[in-house]
Design a protein around this ligand. Structure first.
Ligand SMILES: [Zn+2]
Length: 500
């Protein structure tokens, strides 16, 4: 083999090795950014216009939120359904992403996740808590009680919150074991107290969803939470009650993505001034915020799109209307990158089988075996991504085989371009679509957008694996036996040279 070819092979192998090393690292860093920081503020999804009267203010507004309660399970719960029957039943779209703190921030401010930039913040309370933009912060004696994970309610601007934080680590609650036996009594005290606004955050259903999936145990725990709800409502039947959820769960357990059954939950409002039997086919969580604001005589931020309850019920959202649109510039740039990648493939591929079939097979196997990637899937966040790469390993082997045979008659640079230009362009396109470039260069922002952010996780890992396969196959040609077809005189690059 020619010395020049050997050098080219070595340089290529080093470059591909660098990609192999860098891509999984970049993936982990972007995942950490996603769950840690805030997103740059952007436009909320537009809601249908409508006018009409809102709820009248009442002296006692009581809000119970059962974290992670899916609509289909809520409908089976007796105490929950009893509240719905004596008031209005809503289907609520919580927007995107479907994570507790961001959704509850939207609930208490009337601003969507895109407007607040609060999109994930895994175990990162808002410090300081929400200011007067929050309904709760406008009511001097507002009170919130959480079953656990009190850091969420402590972020929302309530005047009084329970349980108190552990002073050493404010994400933790003080004496969590003792609180388990006290919290329901404290919740009862809050809802029967004199405050204009009391909020109870029930957590166990979400925990059961994560632990057991949306199966029997989840339903059992939902029934327990419903019994708590029944006791709380019965203790103050004259109040106006809001029974809410912040998201559902996918079947294996998990949430965060834009799936309809995760994003759309049931909510009911009953009590003084609310006629029985009303149905709102699809309203937005910011409409619920508006209803709570009207009920408590507070006001939402001027930027809020929340509509008066009657208007929201009269002008329901279309199915996916609550999903925020992709920034136009990012979308266009992403498409440009993909087209450029396809152009490079067309230009470099001289035989049909040299096309990056491995990449197409890898994407298809993830899509068809694991399902369309979403932020509700555990595999997306898994540090090693094993559940993903086990699915595409055969496709990665195809990249190695194609490279090996491709190098018999096709120049190295052409084979490498054919195999990797499209995957690299796709990775760059999805980073662009997510607005993730500043994060790539170290800025502390959360690149969280619907659909594309979840694809970022498999694509980056896939490109790393593809680069490794191509590098290994190229290196293997160094030890190709002398019967190599390129050694035949007919081949243009075949003159026997030093080193072969
Ligand atoms: Zn959860």
């Amino acid at each position: 083999m020619m010395l020049r070819l050997r050098i080219a092979l070595a340089v290529t192998a080093i470059a591909l090795g660098a990609i192999t090393w860098f891509m999984p690292k970049l993936r982990r860093e972007l995942l950490r950014d996603m769950i840690t920081w805030d997103a740059p503020k952007s436009e909320p999804a537009p809601l249908p216009a409508g006018t009409g009267p809102g709820l009248t203010p009442v002296p006692r507004t009581r809000v119970i939120l059962i974290d992670g309660l899916a609509e289909d399970v809520a409908k089976t719960l007796p105490a929950w359904t009893a509240v719905c029957k004596r008031g209005v039943t809503l289907r609520v779209d919580v927007g995107f992403p479907t994570i507790s703190l961001p959704v509850e921030t939207a609930l208490w401010t009337g601003l969507t996740q895109q407007q607040t930039g609060v999109v994930f913040r895994d175990r990162r309370p808002l410090i300081p808590p929400l200011d007067r933009r929050s309904i709760a912060a406008q009511i001097p004696d507002s009170i919130a009680v959480a079953e656990y994970y009190g850091w969420i309610i402590r972020s929302l601007g309530f005047a009084q919150t329970e349980p108190p934080p552990d002073p050493v680590n404010i994400v933790r609650d003080l004496e969590p074991e003792a609180w388990k036996t006290q919290w329901e009594i404290r919740a009862l005290a809050a809802v029967t107290g004199t405050s204009r606004l009391a909020f109870v955050h029930v957590l166990r259903v979400d925990s059961a969803g994560h632990k057991h999936g949306k199966r029997d145990e989840y339903r059992k725990v939902a029934a327990e939470a419903d019994a708590v709800l029944g006791r709380l409502v019965a203790a103050d039947p004259a109040a106006r009650w809001f029974v809410l959820s912040d998201h559902g769960h996918v079947l294996p357990g998990g949430h965060g993505g834009e799936e309809v059954h995760v994003r759309q939950v049931q909510a009911c409002i009953a009590g003084p001034g609310v006629a029985a039997g009303g149905v709102g086919s699809l309203v937005h969580i910011v409409d619920v915020a508006r209803a709570i604001a009207d009920s408590t005589g507070t006001v939402l931020d001027r930027e809020s799109r929340g509509r008066p309850l009657s208007a929201a019920m009269a002008s329901p959202l279309e199915g996916d209307q609550a999903i925020p649109a992709l920034a136009l510039g990012n979308g266009a740039a992403a498409i440009f990158l993909l087209v450029a990648g396809l152009g490079l493939v067309t230009w470099s591929v001289r035989r049909w089988w040299l096309a990056p079939w491995w990449f197409i097979a890898a994407c298809a196997s993830i899509f068809f075996i694991r399902g369309e990637p979403t932020l509700s899937m555990r595999m997306i966040y898994a540090p090693e991504g094993r559940d993903m790469y086990l699915v595409w390993l055969p496709a990665v082997a195809l990249a190695a085989v194609t490279t090996w045979f491709g190098l018999r008659k096709t120049p190295l640079w052409r084979v490498v371009t054919a195999q990797l230009a499209l995957p690299l362009a796709a990775a760059a396109a999805v980073i662009t679509a997510c607005g993730a470039w500043p994060a790539v260069f170290g800025e502390q922002i959360a690149p969280v957008v619907p659909r594309y952010t979840a694809w970022m996780s498999p694509l980056l890992l896939m490109v790393g694996h593809g680069a490794a396969a191509v590098a290994l196959a190229a290196l293997a040609t160094l030890v190709r036996p002398p019967s190599d077809p390129r050694a035949r005189p007919a081949s243009p690059r075949s003159e026997p040279a030093a080193g072969s």
